[in-house]
Design a protein around this ligand. Structure first.
Ligand SMILES: Nc1ncnc2c1ncn2[C@@H]1O[C@H](COP(=O)(O)OP(=O)(O)OP(=O)(O)O)[C@@H](O)[C@H]1O
Ligand SMILES: [Mg+2]
Length: 457
């Protein structure tokens, strides 16, 4: 019995020792595993921190790019939108998310946009193409778009890089306008030189024709006095019954050559010719003034006489279309300006007024030109009784190349050049009032001493 108990005790002790051993081992294992777990956890936390860092850096990079970047799925539903794209589409990321990008492309270009996406899907990346995005009903933005494809989690996504080219297009347009203006002014200069040359050529013969006509006029007066006296003598000798044959012969000749008619008409013809040559000299003088290359810098300039010159050279444009009423202030102060440029402004306004009157009807209209002194310079008004400007055109008339005239009659550059000359080069202002069907008045204000570096309109 005692032996059995001893044996059982020994067994129990052994079992206890084994179990104690096993527990120790388990505890050691647990400790090792807990440590491993801690390490894994640490690594994981670090990785998550790093991933978060990377993602926020990537976001910061995406958002600092000035071009719009949008990722979409293959159906063009928007998934990621950077700040620039949010601003460009004028909508928040939350609202844009999951919406299709396609409705933002101008309707007539959606097929082409889809083609560009397909090209990117096939080749991995597309070329750069221009698209107009319709942001609101009235706002269309010109862009350059490039699309690339990337794969994530076995799915394909499209990355749309959208570059706003509005400024680039404006600059190209400005450049084109500048070139047109240069070409135009070169043409004006050439025509001006030619006209100046012709005026000079006409001037010399007109001067001696004028001098000769003056001489003829005076000489004819003497010849007529002589003739008058000779006829008195003839009359006396006839009354005395002398030289009857000679008198008869003379009467015959007087009748034959219609002396009475010649005495009446010849001085009149000479007078008319003198007036004609004076008119030619005035036109030639105006042409010489108008076409003179003149100063390129500002100088004190008499606007009334510039208007007179311009009216003389453009007479052929308006004489059968409109009567000109000159409402000039005789005490108009001279203003500092570039004479050639200002002449060009007046010519364009007179031609525009003439065209507007001719467009309204075939009846004679009226162009009233008024000059007035003002507080800091002068005001000039060109009032016409023409067709007026339609409301829908009023905002466009100063835009380069805007014209309502048929090809060959207008190129739409007159008013844009005028505005440049008045506003930019002379720091003045130009505005207009119009009543469709009744007429238009253009008002120009020129400061006496334009200040450099400021402009107003
Ligand atoms: N006095 C006016 N009355 C009515 N419409 C005018 C008048 N002046 C200008 N316009 C309108 O403004 C448009 C632009 O004028 P602008 O002088 O710039 O160009 P254009 O006369 O058409 O061509 P260009 O001057 O280059 O020969 C004209 O086509 C016309 O529709
Ligand atoms: Mg014009």
């Amino acid at each position: 019995m005692t032996q059995d108990l001893t044996q059982e005790l020994t067994l129990l002790k052994k079992k206890l020792a084994r179990e104690t051993d096993a527990r120790k081992q388990a505890e050691n294992l647990l400790e090792t595993k807990a440590f491993e777990l801690y390490e894994v956890n640490e690594t994981l936390t670090n990785s998550i921190r790093k991933a978060k860092n990377n993602s926020s850096r990537l976001n910061a990079i995406m958002n600092s790019i000035p071009d719009g970047i949008i990722t979409t799925d293959k159906d063009l539903n928007m998934l990621d939108i950077n700040n620039a794209a949010e601003k460009f589409l004028k909508n928040s990321r939350i609202r844009l998310m999951k919406n299709s990008l396609l409705p933002y492309v101008c309707p007539d270009q959606t097929n082409a946009y889809q083609d560009l996406c397909n090209k990117a899907i096939n080749d991995g990346i597309s070329g750069i193409e221009e698209f107009d995005f319709k942001i609101t009903e009235d706002e269309i933005i010109a862009t350059e778009v490039k699309i690339s494809v990337f794969e994530h989690d076995d799915e394909y996504f499209l990355l749309h890089l959208i570059h706003d080219i509005t400024r680039k297009k404006e600059r190209a347009q400005e450049h084109k306008q500048l070139q047109e203006e240069l070409a135009q002014s070169a043409k004006w200069e050439a025509v001006g030189q030619l006209a100046g040359g012709i005026a000079h050529e006409i001037n010399t013969p007109s001067q001696y024709i004028g001098d000769n006509l003056h001489f003829l006029n005076e000489s004819l007066a003497q010849i007529f006095t002589l003739l008058h006296n000779a006829l008195i003598l003839k009359k006396q000798s006839a009354a005395d019954g002398k030289y009857a044959d000679l008198n008869q012969k003379l009467d015959q000749l007087i009748k034959e050559y219609d002396l009475a008619y010649l005495i009446e008409e010849v001085p009149e013809a000479v007078k008319q010719s003198s007036n004609g040559i004076k008119q030619i000299s005035r036109i030639v003088g105006a042409m010489k003034n108008f076409s003179h290359p003149g100063a390129k810098d500002k100088e004190p300039f008499n606007i009334n006489s510039s208007l007179e010159t311009t009216l003389t050279v453009s007479r052929n444009e308006w004489k059968n279309v409109a009567e000109i009423v000159k409402n000039f202030d005789e005490n108009l102060i001279p203003v500092n300006c570039i004479p050639g440029a200002i002449n060009q402004v007046f010519l364009n306004l007179i031609v525009n007024a003439t065209h507007a009157i001719a467009e309204k009807s075939s009846e004679m209209g009226k162009i009233t030109i008024t000059t007035r002194n003002s507080a800091d310079g002068i005001d000039i008004y060109f009032k016409d009784t023409g067709c007026g400007i339609a409301p829908e055109h009023q905002k466009d008339i100063f835009n380069p190349f805007f014209t309502t005239k048929e090809v060959g009659k207008g190129s739409g550059q007159g008013l844009s050049i005028i505005r440049d000359i008045i506003v930019n080069k002379h720091k003045g202002t130009i505005d207009f009032q119009t009543t469709p069907g009744q007429g238009t008045t253009f008002h120009i204000h020129l400061p006496e001493h334009p200040k450099e570096g400021t402009s107003s309109c």
